[in-house]
Design a protein around this ligand. Structure first.
Ligand SMILES: Nc1ncnc2c1ncn2[C@@H]1O[C@H](COP(=O)(O)OP(=O)(O)OP(=O)(O)O)[C@@H](O)[C@H]1O
Ligand SMILES: [Mg+2]
Length: 289
């Protein structure tokens, strides 16, 4: 059996509720592009999708297709002082004190802090707190750490979280409680190294289903190269391996994915990835297309 694609089949969320997907990988490999495409494809098929931007670069809004006016209306979770105080008992800048609630009830987060994106997707932007030092116990870090894990999901709910490049965010346990990771690589050794590191850290966090997405592939040789790199790095068994082609149309319309959704080679390949990510029984429309 291939050591990279273990043909695990599709895993159900361990809690029998919605699906929480974190998208990880080296800088520039296509995390935001794939997150946005996935979110909008899933929104189009009737799933209730929350896209979470956990990268302080905040690229996801534009990639999802929000215009500048809509982007200006976004209040990042880490900058909403009133919400932070209400939930944690302390305002940003006040430090931990003795009153900080570390597990606030954030089940109203999407209703109160999300903005509308196309195809019914709701977008939550975490904000710059992610630059804070590891182990920081300031109120905004406490809130952000609890925010996604505290969302109450129904069966047809999907969270797609785009992350900062690399593995640093794992130290902040942002993906705590997630069931699925999409590890994005491009056909270079360095990207695969970060991808394998990310996969191992995701597995250590308890994320049970890990999919490998080989983005910007130009030929079968690229796929072989990536799989050989994975082996050279000690191997990792992914639940699925999906090849996503380099597509000039992406660059023509970047950053927004609007024009990719209908008919681009990248979007077509993403359908296979989305079908692999979603468990049977969560496909109201039968397929993502
Ligand atoms: N399959 C593809 N074909 C062609 N261009 C692509 C493809 N996927 C992504 N791109 C382009 O690659 C660039 C980087 O993509 P993206 O911003 O999604 O990466 P990222 O991993 O989110 O980066 P960062 O680590 O900075 O957040 C963008 O210009 C995007 O349009
Ligand atoms: Mg990005």
């Amino acid at each position: 059996m291939c050591g990279t694609c273990g043909a695990h089949g599709r895993a159900e969320s361990p809690r029998g509720e919605g699906t929480r997907i974190v998208v990880v990988g080296k800088g520039g490999v296509g995390k935001s592009t794939l997150s946005a495409l996935l979110a909008r494809q899933m929104g189009r098929r009737g799933l209730r999708v929350v896209a979470v931007d956990a990268d302080e670069q905040r690229n996801l809004a534009a990639t999802l297709g929000l215009d500048l006016e809509a982007m200006a209306s976004i209040v990042p979770v880490a900058e909403d002082a009133d919400y932070i105080e209400e939930k944690t008992g302390a305002r940003p800048g006040e430090g931990a004190g003795g009153m900080l609630r570390l597990n606030p009830d954030t089940s109203d987060l999407v209703d109160r802090l999300s903005v509308a994106a196309p195809d019914g997707v709701r977008l939550v932007v975490m904000g710059g707190v992610l630059r804070a030092g590891g182990g920081c116990l300031c109120p905004e870090t406490a809130l952000v750490a609890a925010a996604v894990a505290g969302m109450h999901l129904q069966e047809d709910d999907v969270v797609v979280m785009d992350t900062h490049a690399g593995v640093e965010h794992f130290g902040r346990a942002l993906a705590r409680g997630f069931d699925t990771a999409i590890v994005v690589v491009e056909p270079t050794f360095n990207a695969v190294q970060v991808g394998v590191d990310s996969a191992r850290m995701a597995a250590e966090l308890g994320i049970g289903t890990l999919h490998l997405a080989i983005n910007r592939s130009r030929s079968g040789d690229d796929v072989e190269r990536v799989l050989a790199y994975v082996d050279r790095l000690g191997g990792f068994t992914f639940s699925s391996v999906t090849t996503l082609p380099f597509d000039d149309v992406v660059l023509e319309y970047e950053p927004a994915v609007d024009h990719l959704l209908d008919g681009s080679s990248l979007a077509e390949a993403m359908v296979g990835l989305a079908n692999g990510v979603l468990a049977p029984g969560r496909h109201p429309a039968g397929s993502v297309a």
